[in-house]
Every structure is written in structure tokens, then in C-alpha cells.
Design a protein around this ligand. Structure first.
Ligand code: ASP
Length: 344
């Protein structure tokens, strides 16, 4: 029996056309998009289509759109064997990470894809990305989907969604998973690397739509202004601040900065330490310049990408957790998004 795939169109370059009045790219509707990919009718899967009423550039995505998308998947979960989400590349890694946290007990593939060139362009990468995503989403073994997690498929690589980051604004090869192996590859055959796939213990599928965006993200750099940093930390209602620190979690050691971190931490703000390096992980306390984080009990982001860290924090802030629960969950591997130092 042919597998049933639901294609969910949210917007992005893949479905954009040129507005010749000012040469900018604007999203167009789904009917137009599939007109450009007649090959879809040749695929041995039953494909149905749905999506946002108004497709958007992914720069306009926000957590309300994540909820809308999670609702579409949840409403259709029993009816389909897999889901392919067409999404702009700019914030795909954020949305895909967020969806990975919002869905639990997932036993079916949810594959995000998009393209660098619009579908109507002669040299477009849209067709390959879309068609192969559908193929990956259709793979079955012993009557069950082979992939049971949220992924990003782009330019021959299948990646774990919450390990993914957009690394190139020009090349077709635009995504990378710096700290976790690729889950699959498209060559002559579709190669799925079973040993690195996630197996979900929870079997009851559910969607958690409680999110909270009272967080900040600050990337530090040498010579940063004290006033700027203080203003960021003084943002009203801020519950968590993610600090993208140097290297393995190091920061400048001026007293005013340490005092600020102590004060905010005492007031109950979650201080989260990530690294601004693309690869490797945070090791709080390795250098003297990260001892302040030991002192205030900052949360360790290990090897989380910025995208996964932001999505995870928005998700956990929405769960009404005690500080202890928040710490435990943030520092735990919830959906395959994080590696602990001992596993390196
Ligand atoms: N600005 C576009 C978007 O993210 C870029 C793309 O799709 O590649 O929606």
C-alpha cells in the first residue's frame, strides 16, 4: 500500500516568485508551487497538501506559527505515515528545533525542507530537496516508518532538526549538523544511518503548545559596552538570558559583569551558557574566566546550537517548572539535541 504523506507549505524561497516592480521575492500560493513540480504525481506515495493560509518568508515566523504547525501535524497525525514541511531556510532550524520539543512520542518522520532558489528557477534546488524529502518520509520497515523524529533534509543530507544550523546564505549546501552525525544521505540509494537515529521510548503521541518568549540572547565580544549589556539584562520580565560565551564558556572577568551576573541570578533569572563556536561544547570551570558561572550555578548548554537552545528555552519556560526542574530538563537530552561531556 502506498504511504500517505502530508505536505505542509508554510512559505519560503521554495514557493516564491519575483515581484518585477521591485525585483524582490514574495511567497505565492500552494497551487502555483505544485504546478512547477509535475514530478510529484510520479511518486509512489499518496500526497496530500495543506499549509498556512498565507505563506510567509520564514523571517516572519514566530512561536504562534510553531503552534499552528504543531496543530496541523497533531490533527493529521493518525491519518498520515509522514510529514514534509516546506519552510524558508532562514529560520528553519529554529522552527524545526521547536517542533522537535513540542511533539513527544513521535513515531513518524517530520521532515523540513526548502530551497535556496525559487521552484520556478531553471537551476532550482527545490525539486531535489522536496522529492527526496518525500522519499525519506515514505521509508518503511516491518510496516513501521523508518524515521521517527524531526529532521531537516537539504542538498543530499538528512540531519537531526535540533542539531541543525544554517551555515551558508549562498550555497545549495546550506545546512550543517556540527555536533551530531548526519542521519542519512541521498546518493544512488537513500542511505539511512540506523545507529544514529533516535528511538522514542514514549509511545503516546502528544503535542505541548505552552511556550514563553521571556528570554534574551546575548553574544559577547571583546570591548562590549557595559551600558548595552546592563540594558539587555534589565529588560522587563526577562526570565532567562542565554549567553553565547567564548570557546568552552568563557567571559570577560571585569567586576561589573560578575556583579551583574550574581545580581540577576539571585533575582531568579536563568543564566544559560552556550558557546559561540560552531563545534565542540561548553565546559564550565575549565578556565578561570568561566568560574563566575560555577559560582552562580549557571546552566550548561553543552553542545546545543543557538537555534536549539532558543527553542528549548522558549519551550521549557512555557512549562511552569521549578528552578530545579528547569535546570534538570535544560541540561538533559530531551530529543537528541545535546551531548554530555562524558559522551564526547
Ligand atoms: N528569506 C527566505 C526564507 O527564509 C529564505 C529562504 O527560504 O531560503 O523564507
Amino acid at each position: 500500500m502506498a504511504t500517505k504523506i502530508l505536505l505542509i507549505y508554510t512559505g519560503g524561497t521554495i514557493g516564491m516568485a519575483k515581484d518585477y516592480s521591485n525585483q524582490s521575492l514574495k511567497p505565492f500560493d500552494f497551487e502555483n508551487l505544485i504546478k512547477y513540480i509535475p514530478e510529484l504525481s510520479l511518486i509512489d506515495s499518496e500526497i496530500s497538501y495543506t499549509g498556512f493560509d498565507k505563506p510567509i518568508d520564514s523571517s516572519d515566523m514566530n512561536p504562534n506559527h510553531w503552534i499552528e504547525l504543531a496543530e496541523i501535524i497533531s490533527k493529521n497525525y493518525e491519518k498520515y505515515d509522514g510529514f514534509v514541511v516546506l519552510h524558508g531556510t532562514d529560520t528553519m532550524a529554529y522552527t524545526a528545533s521547536a517542533i522537535s520539543f513540542m511533539l513527544s512520542g513521535l513515531q513518524k518522520p517530520v521532515i523540513f525542507t526548502g530551497s535556496q532558489l525559487p521552484v520556478g528557477d531553471l537551476r532550482t534546488d527545490a525539486k531535489e530537496n522536496l522529492i527526496t524529502s518525500i522519499h525519506f518520509a515514505s521509508l518503511h520497515e516491518n510496516g513501521k516508518p523508518r524515521i521517527g523524529e524531526v529532521c531537516v533534509y537539504f542538498e543530499y543530507k538528512l540531519l537531526r532538526a535540533n542539531r541543525t544550523t544554517k551555515i551558508n546564505a549562498e550555497n545549495f549546501d546550506a545546512f550543517e549538523s556540527p555536533n551530531y552525525p548526519d542521519l542519512g544521505e541521498s546518493g544512488i540509494h537513500l542511505d539511512v544511518r540506523k545507529h544514529v537515529l533516535r528511538t522514542e521510548n514514549e509511545v503516546r503521541f502528544s503535542v505541548n503548545k505552552n511556550l514563553n518568549t521571556e528570554l534574551g540572547l546575548i553574544k559577547i565580544f571583546p570591548g562590549m559596552s557595559q551600558a548595552f549589556i546592563e540594558n539587555m539584562f534589565d529588560t522587563p520580565k526577562l526570565k532567562a538570558m542565554i549567553i553565547e560565551a567564548f570557546g568552552s564558556g568563557n567571559v570577560f572577568s571585569q567586576d561589573w559583569f560578575k556583579d551583574l551576573l550574581r545580581k540577576k541570578s539571585n533575582e531568579g533569572m536563568y543564566i544559560i551558557v552556550n558557546t559561540q563556536c560552531a563545534g565542540g561544547m561548553v565546559e564550565i570551570g575549565r578556565y578561570e574566566t568561566s568560574e563566575i558561572f560555577v559560582e552562580i550555578g549557571a546552566l550548561n548548554g553543552f553542545d546545543l546550537t543557538t537555534e536549539a537552545s532558543v527553542a528549548k528555552t522558549i519551550f521549557l519556560l512555557g512549562q511552569n517548572l521549578t528552578p530545579e526542574e528547569f535546570r534538570n530538563q535544560y541540561e538533559s537530552d530531551l530529543r537528541g539535541e545535546l551531548t554530555h561531556l562524558t559522551e564526547y
